[in-house]
Design a protein around this ligand. Structure first.
Ligand code: DSN
Length: 411
């Protein structure tokens, strides 16, 4: 990046430091991944500068010949990858995508039934702190506190009592598969739309290694930078019958010019996700997550719901007399990056939290397999147990660096 270094050495230095941090730490944040360099190149391309309001063939700016070609390609690839009737690839984020779905077919104040954030849902599923809850009337379902699985009887009972106009399925810290067929049946029985937010698991769905929500849902939203490995941004898939409403709610409803450079990266991401290597990667992502669960289990940790079917596990640290905040900071000090996370019915506030969320996507993208997961779990345990012993932590930091050097981030 020689031009940046010449124009602004401070920003250049910060970016280089970030690159080095990524290279020399183990990223276990379930919502992150290492995107191929081609994605970053597309994001940093000249399309950054193109003003393009509207949709291919119907723009409000001239000079959109190639922007149209690019967006049409991204749309076709998204539809092909997921077998969807319609795709809108313009949302700037997952939250924008969810807001657009709500506003496309609902009226302000309408009732929506979704999973509560404290049991694994997402902010944009009507958390009181989110703008979504100020526009719509949310009621929440959670997990059964014994099994820590979604309680479909509760979902059904709430749907009958509450009569929502939309049901939202999908989560940001739920490690199990969701029964979309059951969710669709419940939604249909109360004449509600079904939205599935598959942001976390889009890569696993694209690769066909876990079931797809597409056949059962009216709307599916996702982001492209998590398991899908494609850089930042959101997407909406829907049945053809909702296409016009979705498109108009995104533009001119909620967004102006689209981010054509991000859209270029999305197109690349969808192409790469159709390749065999991507399928292999997603299979390994699942295997590595399962390995995290079984290794922590062997070491006496409690995994929420007893395991995982996807790319993440949620560890309940109460049995170790530890909280999420201390664990997150301790692990960061040895170069292992996780986020503290509430567990269902957590007695602690989110700033402290009783758990940590651990994801396998990024280390799997670095080529790590189960042998490395076993090593990482041992290092994590050693760090958490010896959190007050500076010498142990220093040695662990060296061990993490060694592992990072053996598995460089692929370009
Ligand atoms: N939704 C947030 C998470 O799961 O961490 C960020 O994408």
């Amino acid at each position: 990046m020689q031009y940046l270094a010449a124009d602004d050495h401070e920003v250049d230095r910060i970016i280089q430091n970030e690159e080095s941090r990524i290279e020399n730490t183990l990223d276990l944040i379930a919502a992150e991944n290492h995107a191929p360099q081609s994605i970053l190149e597309a994001q940093g391309s000249v399309f950054n500068l193109k003003a393009a309001e509207g949709y291919p063939g119907n723009r409000f700016h001239a000079g959109c010949k190639y922007a149209d070609e690019l967006e049409s390609l991204a749309i076709e690839r998204a539809k092909q990858l997921f077998g969807a009737g319609h795709a809108n690839v313009q949302p700037h984020s997952g939250v924008s995508a969810n807001l657009a779905v709500y506003f496309s077919v609902l009226d302000v104040g309408d009732r929506i039934l979704s999973m509560k954030l404290s049991h694994g849902g997402h902010l944009s599923h009507g958390d009181p702190s989110s703008i979504t809850s100020k526009c719509f009337n949310f009621q929440h379902y959670g997990v059964n506190l014994k099994t820590e699985l979604i309680d479909y009887d509760e979902v059904r009972d709430l749907a009958y009592q509450y009569k929502p106009r939309m049901i939202v399925a999908g989560a940001s810290s739920y490690s199990r598969l969701i029964d979309y067929e059951k969710m669709a049946e419940i939604a249909k029985s109360v004449s509600a739309y079904l939205l599935v937010d598959m942001a976390h698991i889009a890569g696993l769905v694209a690769a066909g290694v876990i079931p797809s929500p597409i056949p059962y849902s009216d709307f599916v939203t996702f982001t492209t930078y998590k398991t899908l490995r494609g850089g930042r941004g959101g997407v909406i898939l829907c049945r053809q019958e909702h296409a016009k409403k979705i498109d108009r709610t995104i533009f001119p409803g909620g967004q102006g010019t689209t981010a054509m450079n991000i859209l270029a990266a999305k197109a690349v991401c969808f192409k790469l996700a159709m390749e065999d290597d991507f399928k292999k990667l997603q299979k390994k992502t699942l295997k590595n997550a399962a390995c995290f669960a079984s290794e922590f289990d062997k070491m006496g940790y409690r995994t929420v719901s007893g395991g995982t079917d996807n790319h993440l596990i949620l560890l309940d640290l109460r049995t170790k007399e530890l909280n999420g905040n201390i664990a997150e900071k301790t692990l960061e000090s040895v170069g292992i990056i996780v986020n503290r996370n509430v567990i269902p019915n957590d007695p602690k506030k989110p700033e402290i939290a009783s758990g940590i969320r651990i994801g396998s996507p990024a280390i799997t993208s670095r080529g790590m397999c189960e042998a490395e997961v076993v090593q990482i779990v041992k290092m994590m345990d050693a760090a958490m147990v010896n959190r007050d012993k500076a010498e142990v932590l220093e040695n662990l930091l060296e061990e993490v660096l060694g592992l990072c050097k053996r598995f460089p981030v692929a370009k």
